[in-house]
Ligand binder design. Structure first.
Ligand code: F6P
Length: 358
């Protein structure tokens, strides 16, 4: 009999349930039912404070298409993990203790970058940990793709599509602000898929004059509207040249709710056009997974089950060249995967006239 713990941590995304289903089904079929599951509630919180319960394999049935996470989630920043909580509790020691008390053979942790760093820390404490790469941001180093990314692209693309028709009718400039934290994957893919005219990414600091020039070139060519896909982490050339501290201080004084509103105000000033900003926000993480993510998460989950059976721990199950691979956590934790500004996709996008504001 094996006892497998599961937890979902950090911001949610579309295929968390589908991935857990893959793990559970993979275990049940391989172990011929000789396996028990323990669900930790609300991410690492459940592991720290001992909030866990036994789950049946049927609890993971019918959830392939269900968004969110049946276990709940929370953000427990890695940088606070080794700092005692408000009651002096040593969180890492508490997690080790609860893992042991729950008599686990393995703990499967679904989450993004921060979650992965804590998973690596737990692995270094001797826990049998497997990490599964979740995030709409697609910024996890060591895997080609994360689950949630493709579903979020679909939603952000829909938002850009909807804006296109109204922008064209009103001859307006529209900015659609896309999530993605510090990286531009989601904006790049949704921007290209949605036919955005200008795409601004954190990895390619923009020059506002070049952005305005691109809009003007369109109107000079008789195109009355322009759609910009702007990453929430987009940054101007001037700001990118600042030291981290200076940039933080500048941000704390910014009078706009986000970078898109600042860009909109600058365009209005420089061109005299009216500019509208649309922020789809958390809708990009909402709803169920698309077909691509259902396949990806089922494969990753099933591969995690095999790693447990093989007793191969301390790894992330990655998708590399369409094959699932076990990547050692200590090789990837703490690294971020951003868009390479010189990659082929950017080159191809530029060739068809998309401006990156440079
Ligand atoms: O990491 C996923 C993500 O949706 C990012 O794209 C975004 O910056 C962040 O989470 C939002 O976090 P929260 O849900 O805490 O507002």
């Amino acid at each position: 009999m094996k006892r497998i713990g599961l937890l979902t941590s950090g911001g949610d995304c579309q295929a968390l349930n589908a991935t857990m289903r893959g793990v559970v089904k993979g275990m049940v079929h391989s172990m011929k039912g000789d396996v028990e599951f323990i669900g930790f509630m609300n991410g690492y919180k459940g592991l720290i404070y001992g909030d866990y319960r036994k789950l049946e394999s049927r609890d993971f049935s019918g959830i392939l298409t269900k968004g969110g996470t049946i276990l709940g989630t929370s953000r427990q920043p890695f940088k606070l993990m080794e700092i005692p909580d408000e009651n002096g509790l040593d969180k890492v020691a508490a997690m080790v203790k609860n893992y042991k008390e729950a008599k686990l053979d393995a703990l499967v942790i679904l989450g993004g970058n921060g979650t992965q760093k804590t998973a690596n820390l737990l692995s270094s404490k001797g826990l049998n940990v497997i990490h599964l790469p979740k995030t709409i941001d697609n910024d996890i180093f060591g895997t080609d793709v994360t689950f949630g990314f493709q579903s979020a692209i679909d939603i952000a693309t829909d938002a850009i599509d909807c804006i296109h028709t109204t922008a064209a009718s009103h001859n307006r400039v529209f900015i659609v602000e896309v999530m993605g934290h510090k990286v531009g994957w989601l904006t790049l893919y949704a921007g290209v898929a949605g036919g955005a005219d200008i795409i601004l990414l954190p990895e390619i600091p923009y020059n506002i004059k070049k952005v305005v020039k691109a809009i003007k070139a369109r109107s000079d060519a008789g195109k009355g509207f322009t759609v910009l896909a702007v990453a929430e982490g987009a940054i101007s050339k001037e700001d990118a040249a600042l030291k981290k501290k200076e940039y933080k201080a500048k941000l704390s004084e910014r009078k706009y709710p986000s970078v898109s509103y600042e860009i909109a105000a600058q365009i209005e000033d420089m061109l005299g056009n009216e500019v509208r900003v649309v922020v789809p926000g958390h809708t990009q993480r909402g709803g169920g997974p698309d077909a691509y993510d259902r396949v990806l998460s089922t494969r990753l989950g099933s591969a995690a089950a095999q790693a447990i059976i093989d007793k191969d721990f301390g790894c992330m199950i990655a998708m590399i060249n369409n094959e699932t691979k076990r990547v050692p956590l200590d090789k990837v934790a703490g690294h971020l995967k951003g868009v390479d500004p010189d990659c082929q996709m950017i080159e191809e996008a530029k060739r068809i006239g998309i401006s990156f504001g440079v």
